[in-house]
Each structure stands twice: as structure tokens, then as C-alpha cells.
Design a protein around this ligand. Structure first.
Ligand SMILES: C[S@@+](CC[C@H](N)C(=O)[O-])C[C@H]1O[C@@H](n2cnc3c(N)ncnc32)[C@H](O)[C@@H]1O
Length: 202
């Protein structure tokens, strides 16, 4: 049976104690540790980055020789570190890629999306919106990721999941489906971790 939703659970308290902006920081930490996706000097794009929990973990991991870029439709409280750039951008907007290029053209070693739609309560609608955000994130990763780069996207399990996973398999050498420990009990979300973007065909 799934655990009940408790707003002030263990990870909420832990985030507060450790100075993280959001409990989601622990999901990023787990994904980074399991798949070694963040290394010193890496350039990482974080889509749907507000309030900045993932971005705190990313910026610490890549350090001042790297670059952490976070975008969201809502403002992200600025980071003091000069290797962190943030902007208010709608990933679904037609001019998103042009605006991203103006902010930081890449290419990136990792493109990470924790984007989630505002939920409507209608499961199929929410799944379709989540899939649309993940699809746009993939489009960005294919456009702005280096060969060999990593792509991680959150997705609500449901219609279209298997097709999306298969699409990732076509572009990346290895694809895992992960549910991090810090995920809330009742949540339908999973993360697709796609490793080693295939280079252009010779
Ligand atoms: C679960 S929160 C991200 C939490 C973040 N990873 C953290 O650790 O603080 C999901 C985010 O996706 C953002 N989002 C939803 N639709 C978006 C869009 N079209 N473009 C950019 N961000 C979007 C929301 O504004 C929200 O901040």
C-alpha cells in the first residue's frame, strides 16, 4: 500500500536542517550518486528548476569550473555563485531555444528536467501534460547535449510512457527507470535516466 502524503515528512525536515530549498534536492543527490552524472567542471542544464533544490546539488557538484543553468516559468531566487545562471523561461514557448541560446548556448554534459505541470486532478490530462514537458526536455537535450551526455526527465507514469522510453533508447546507449527514495509515497512520478547520447552517424 502507498504511504500517505505527509507534507512535513523526513525529507522535508532534512532539507530544512541541511539548508536545501526543497526536499527534491535528495532526489538529485541520489540520482547523481547512483549514475555518476555530475562531475567537477561539467555544464548542466536544469529545466523546471524553481525553487532550486536540484540546482543547489548540481552547482555544488560541478563547482566553479563548471556551469549550472536553471530555468523555470517562475523566478528562482538568485544564487550567489557566479557559475550558476538562472532565468524565467517557458520551456514550451516557441522561442525557448533562442532564449536559452542567448542565456547559455551549451553544449551541456547533462540536461535534467524535473518539470511538472500544474495538476488538474484528471489523471489522463496530467499524464499528457507531463509527457509534453518531458518531450520538450528531450528535444532540448538532443539539440543542446554533447555526444555522450546524460538526460534525466521526470514523468508521470501513464499513457505514452513506454513510447517515450523507447524514444530515449533510440538516442541513448542506456536507459533506466528510477523512483528515488525521496519521492512521496503516493506520487506516480518516475525519472528516466538516459546515459551516453549517441553521436551523429558516421
Ligand atoms: C517539482 S518542481 C521543480 C523542483 C526543482 N527541481 C527543485 O529541486 O527545486 C516543477 C517545476 O516545473 C516548472 N514548470 C512547469 N512547466 C514549465 C514550463 N513550461 N517551463 C519551465 N518550467 C516549468 C514549475 O514551475 C515548477 O517549478
Amino acid at each position: 500500500m502507498s504511504k500517505p502524503y505527509r507534507p512535513k515528512d523526513h525529507f522535508f525536515q532534512k532539507a530544512k536542517t541541511e539548508g536545501y530549498r526543497a526536499r527534491s534536492a535528495f532526489k538529485m543527490e541520489e540520482l547523481a550518486n547512483r549514475f555518476h552524472v555530475l562531475r567537477k567542471g561539467a555544464r548542466v542544464l536544469d529545466l523546471g528548476a524553481a525553487p532550486g533544490g536540484f540546482l543547489q546539488v548540481i552547482s555544488d557538484a560541478v563547482g566553479p569550473t563548471g556551469m549550472a543553468v536553471g530555468v523555470d516559468i517562475v523566478p528562482i531566487r538568485p544564487f550567489a555563485a557566479p557559475h550558476v545562471k538562472t532565468a524565467v523561461l517557458d520551456v514550451l514557448a516557441d522561442d525557448f531555444h533562442a532564449k536559452l541560446d542567448a542565456l547559455e548556448p551549451g553544449p551541456f554534459d547533462a540536461v535534467i528536467s524535473d518539470m511538472a505541470p500544474k495538476t488538474s486532478g484528471i489523471r489522463t490530462t496530467d499524464e499528457a501534460r507531463s509527457l509534453r514537458l518531458a518531450g520538450r526536455a528531450l528535444e532540448t537535450a538532443l539539440r543542446s547535449g554533447k555526444p555522450g551526455s546524460t538526460f534525466i526527465a521526470k514523468l508521470f507514469m501513464g499513457g505514452g510512457f513506454e513510447e517515450f522510453r523507447d524514444e530515449l533508447r533510440a538516442h541513448y546507449q542506456d536507459v533506466k527507470v528510477v523512483r528515488p527514495e525521496a519521492t512521496r509515497g503516493a506520487s506516480m512520478e518516475v525519472y528516466l535516466v538516459a546515459l551516453k547520447l549517441k553521436g551523429p552517424r558516421p
